[in-house]
Ligand binder design. Structure first.
Ligand SMILES: Nc1ncnc2c1ncn2[C@@H]1O[C@H](COP(=O)(O)OP(=O)(O)O)[C@@H](O)[C@H]1O
Ligand SMILES: [Mg+2]
Length: 280
């Protein structure tokens, strides 16, 4: 709990300066290599037995840089932070047999989506793992936008019963990484997240491959009851607290609401002078 206290204190300290940012996440770098894109088939609609090859797309390096998606570049000056986070997360998950991870924060604009995408990319770099990133921020989905994905099909179509889950998935040109994007906000997000359909989907995604880590990008804890609704179905949770974004009260209230969940740790984001400890 010491780290959580530290994060809360830092969040409080950060209130005075809401413009802080980690400049190291702003620098440019190399592109992902589409030639090494994974070709692993993602199969299975829950109801029907259909097997479809996951679509592979290549991403634009400048677009990724602009959105602070950098973990696929080993040479990037900030990628170490996500590798440290990855190792700590995977050790704790392995110890407990956990395979699904929720990422949330007290309030919006904390960097959840940036952390979720970079962490998924970092996990996928381990040759004995695969990562699946699911956009469950159904009110404000942004994974597709940050990655620059312009796929016609997404989780929206699966939820509407139009397609099987495999058709909604995409490999974004990074080996061993699959993304399940959400293209547009979902009406009745909380009810959708508590539905049997989503419950079965989470179980299916968790059970299909034992080497797979499934990361769910969730809304903020305090925004609505979405997180409380879906957390009991996800093994563990990582809280992203941004310096200068959430107040101390918001961080404490968010922690209270997560009291029944298995909290892996707190990522302190947007810190002015990040250190290895400050990131986790
Ligand atoms: N470490 C960071 N330093 C500076 N800006 C950041 C950092 N992490 C995220 N951001 C920016 O903050 C904004 C919100 O990030 P986002 O991941 O969309 O937050 P959330 O998903 O919590 O709403 C985005 O413009 C993002 O680029
Ligand atoms: Mg987000």
């Amino acid at each position: 709990m010491e780290r959580i206290k530290l994060a809360i204190k830092k969040a409080k300290d950060g209130e005075a300066d809401s413009k802080k940012s980690d400049s190291r996440l702003l620098r440019g770098g190399r592109a992902p290599d589409p030639s090494t894109a994974g070709r692993k088939a993602e199969s299975g609609d829950l109801g029907s037995l259909q097997y479809v090859q996951t679509a592979v797309v290549s991403l634009e390096p400048e677009h990724l840089d602009r959105h602070r998606i950098i973990a696929h570049q080993k040479a990037h000056p900030s990628s170490w932070a996500f590798d440290v986070l990855r190792t700590q997360v995977l050790q704790k998950m392995d110890e407990n047999g956990w395979r699904t991870l929720a990422i949330t924060s007290p309030s919006v604009e904390s960097g959840k989506t940036v952390v979720a995408i970079n962490l998924a990319m970092s996990i996928a770099q381990q040759t004995n793992r695969t990562a699946l990133l699911v956009d469950f921020d159904l009110r404000r989905p942004s994974v597709a936008r940050y990655l620059g994905l312009k796929r016609p099909l997404s989780l929206n179509d699966y939820l509407d019963g139009q397609v099987g889950i495999a058709e909604a998935m995409v490999n974004p040109g990074v080996e061993r990484l699959v993304v399940l994007p959400t293209n547009s906000p979902v009406f009745g997000a909380s009810e959708v997240l508590s539905s049997d359909k989503v419950g079965n989907l989470i179980s299916e995604l968790r059970e299909r491959y034992s080497d797979r880590i499934v990361i769910f990008d969730l809304p903020p804890v305090l925004a609505a009851d979405d997180v409380m609704t879906v957390l009991p179905r996800i093994d563990c949770v990582l809280m992203v607290v941004a310096s200068g974004v959430s107040t101390q009260n918001e961080v404490e209230e968010a922690m209270n609401r997560l009291s029944k969940a298995d909290l892996l740790g707190v990522v302190l984001n947007k810190d002015e002078a990040p250190t290895q400890n400050a990131y986790y």
